[in-house]
Design a protein around this ligand. Sequence first.
Ligand code: NAP
Length: 275
Amino acid sequence: MKPSVPLAGVVGDPISHSKSPLLFRHWLKRYGIAGHYIPMPIAAENFEQVIRALPKAGFVGLNVTLPHKTAALAIADKTTDRAIMIGAANTLIFRRDGLIHADNTDGYGFIANLKAGAPNWDPFWGSAAVLGAGGAARAVISSLLEAGVQEILLSNRTKGKADTLRSDFGSRVTVVDWIEAGDAIEEAKTIVNTTSLGMVGQPELRVPLDGLAPGDVVTDLVYAPLETGLLATARAAGCTVIDGLGMLLHQAVPGFERWFGQRPEVTEDTRLAVL
Ligand code: NAP
């Protein structure tokens, strides 16, 4: 028999750094919902076995973080188009019919955060420069293209990875050599850092930023620190700057709504709850 109180959680390895429990518990309390959200460290070799057992214990779904995002996509019975395009799942829904449904909400979270921080942002303003070609870049590129951005200037230290994204996402993506990333920034109106550079414990992002101009929208996926070197330079140049914390909060909205029946709002209180 299933418990009447819905259970959800986040799986990863490690998981102790995850901010999702703070976030979900904040929303459960805010909306007075009886439910639980549990962080679970799961080793890769146990992933599928544990996931398949959880619905029987009353779980309605899971957030998935590293290193399980591709395994989560692989074990799902149904997948959204956006999860397939991104090649990874960060949200699993355990349906009543026993099927596991996989989604990827990172791109949704990215665009929702962009629009919240720059309400006038328009995909038809001009090119977007995307720095980095890892897992997060796939979600960002997919969502920018879906929003209508006509050209993405993609620059990554390892050019081969950018070339792979160009062949996966098509001709609206133009690969720019890492050494010329400053030119892409100068040309673009929307600039996104998806590399881990600028994060606590990582080197600074060292690409020329003198092409940043007032009116540009600059966002960083890194959220520790909240104001990265890129964002500080962009702010001083008169750009609209958007930190990465909002993406983390917004990407959780669809899962919470699905599992607990309430669409949660991302507010200043929500930010404070996870900081
Ligand atoms: P990933 O797949 O490991 O990709 C890392 C990216 O950073 C690659 O493009 C890599 O370039 C680049 N990079 C790393 N060290 C570099 C260096 N020294 N010089 C130049 N480039 C370097 O990681 P990911 O999953 O895409 O995540 C990237 C960042 O986004 C992380 O900081 C993560 O925390 C953040 N993130 C934030 C959110 C959010 O909700 N705000 C969501 C997802 C991810 P190479 O290909 O050349 O190695």
